[in-house]
Design a protein around this ligand. Sequence first.
Ligand SMILES: NC(=O)c1ccc[n+]([C@@H]2O[C@H](COP(=O)([O-])OP(=O)(O)OC[C@H]3O[C@@H](n4cnc5c(N)ncnc54)[C@H](OP(=O)(O)O)[C@@H]3O)[C@@H](O)[C@H]2O)c1
Length: 290
Amino acid sequence: MPLRINSETRLLGLIGYPVKQSLSPAIQNAAIRKLGLKALYLAFEVKEEDLSDAVKGFKALNSLGFNVTIPHKLKIIQYLDELDTLAEQIGAVNTVVNKGNNLIGYNTDFYGIVNPILKKGWKLEGEKIALIGAGGASLACIFALKYLKVSELFIINRTLKKALELSNRAKIFGLKAEGLELNEENLKEVLKEVKMLINATPIGMYPNIKESPLGDLKLGNVEYVFDMVYNPVNTRLLERAKEEGKEVIFGYEMLIEQAKESFKLWFQIEPNFKVMVRAFFKEIKNYDKG
Ligand SMILES: NC(=O)c1ccc[n+]([C@@H]2O[C@H](COP(=O)([O-])OP(=O)(O)OC[C@H]3O[C@@H](n4cnc5c(N)ncnc54)[C@H](OP(=O)(O)O)[C@@H]3O)[C@@H](O)[C@H]2O)c1
């Protein structure tokens, strides 16, 4: 169905900095078009000093809401009217819904992690997990892993201080966690113990496609590998994992699951998942070259 734009069309968008490479407009507009909804999703590059004005603008223009990405996921909270309980616990917002001129913040990154794992039927209850990275995505990850009832989490990060801070945060929320510096020795030790490895760093992302957070280390006893990087689709880490016979979750699965949950919050309708996946693969071809 073609996207009809007229005076009834409601605005949706993404705010972040930068947003040039975002695939969200392609994914969301494909789902909107499929259902013939009166909305349009655009991406806006917003600097920190303009964040407050941008939020006011979305409200004044009677938008349906918007997504928030790096670097505004934490700072956006002060400009919102309400916070969903999960977003409040995580302390980060990636989706805002404009409900009767009330801006409500949600976190759908959580579902981006939980949904693909549940769909695959991976059983993580009582298992040890390694998480590489301690940034915003890792923050949502600790809540997802707590929800999935894992027994222990190793947070491995380039900057040890941040790994320790995040592991302390995980402990406050009742998850046994240890922070470690990202190096070969620590990785070797942790890989002996864990069932799943998650990459929540940009290592392996275009243009550094030959890189892997593991370097040349083998996955050993690890059974599941989840890479949040979605460009390229087949990262070096996931290629290696498949060669070693491991099960994998691709970064695009997370991207689309979180997009699906945002869509549901704005429209109260389930979007067509396959349409979103198709839009991703069509659009990523344009971005593979960076
Ligand atoms: N698939 C999806 O839907 C989805 C959703 C969210 C995020 N992501 C991806 O997940 C990754 C992390 O996102 P984020 O929001 O957590 O970013 P972030 O807040 O900027 O955190 C980045 C993390 O990666 C680490 N890092 C960055 N460059 C590194 C390098 N060259 N070597 C080692 N560690 C490095 C940082 O370590 P330091 O603390 O040492 O700086 C930090 O822990 C990004 O690639 C992002 O595209 C994907």
